[in-house]
Ligand binder design. Sequence first.
Ligand code: FAD
Length: 333
Amino acid sequence: MQKTFDIVIIGGGTTGLFATYYATMRGLDVLLIESQQRLGGKVMQFFPEKLIYDVGGLPEILGEQLVKQMEEQARRHQPPVVVGQFVTNIDQQEDGFTLTTSTKEKYQAKKVLLATGAGTFHAKRPEEWDALSPQSFKETVPTTLDDLVSYTDKHVVITGNSKVNVSWALYVSKVASEVTIINNQQTFQHITEEEQEALQNAQVNIYKNTKIKDFLIENDTLTGMIIKETSNHVEQTIKADCLITYNGISLQETPFTQWGIVMEKGRINVNACMETNVSGIFAAGDIVQYPGKTMLIATGYTDAMTAINHAHMQINPKAKEQVYSTVIYQTRK
Ligand SMILES: Cc1cc2nc3c(=O)[nH]c(=O)nc-3n(C[C@H](O)[C@H](O)[C@H](O)COP(=O)(O)OP(=O)(O)OC[C@H]3O[C@@H](n4cnc5c(N)ncnc54)[C@H](O)[C@@H]3O)c2cc1C
């Protein structure tokens, strides 16, 4: 018979990561499911390279570093973590829930925590790449930044025409041996004068009105590319060890209403215990709405604690609503 988890947490953004840690700290049997291949939600998708200043105890921290530390914390008690599976169905059973994912896996849960944000953001690939090959290579081109250290001493090429591409180029230029932006337009959208100046100071190469004509790949490894200026058709070959693209995003919405969850203006109303209208399904983080709610990382943490504590009390009526971590780890030793 399949195992029943005390709680399945859907969404591995900052809220889901903290909820995973907190629930395992309280001794619950937890499964975390994330639809993307990597954890970190919006922080990793939109601002891994930006400094965050409003998380308690961390005067300033890079987005990617915060997620790294949160992942380490979430894995402290070795909960199973599933990535690359989008939860498509939640079916209520007599004594819990059956969750089904995009890969047709099924998981049993006594309680569910929705830490999904509005859904999953998928990066769009440049349309002009449709004509390029090989397909297998195109599918592996990252659409968000990896660890900064992975770009050390590399020739990094970034394609796109937005402020995001500029921000990434400036970040990566701290460690890369060379950074090149290939912009298929004449300008970058919404770029400030300060960013323009920073690009010049960081000696980022910029090709405008330019597209990739061909990838140069040897032994499955990118070595360079042929680029082409769109107005004069002049071609040249440039060296490249890493390619990253940002071409906008589209949102795959989480099917809350299909799961019986009542939404209002795109957000889930919860009670003071962070429980939704469906008994046993809790929600936390950016997706919830209540008076005074703010859509901030730290608010997601407190939402998660409240939800987990109340789910815990439903599972075990003798459980205390709140136990200090100082006490929990003292008695575990
Ligand atoms: C540009 C920008 C800057 C910001 N700056 C700050 C800041 O300085 N300080 C601050 O506190 N906050 C900031 N925020 C807000 C902060 O990013 C959010 O409050 C926080 O990331 C919300 O986390 P979350 O885990 O609730 O949601 P998300 O980060 O959206 O994570 C939800 C996760 O759930 C997954 N998911 C969704 N549906 C499913 C499904 N059906 N199955 C499986 N997985 C699913 C998604 O793929 C995603 O990984 C900023 C936001 C943006 C966009």
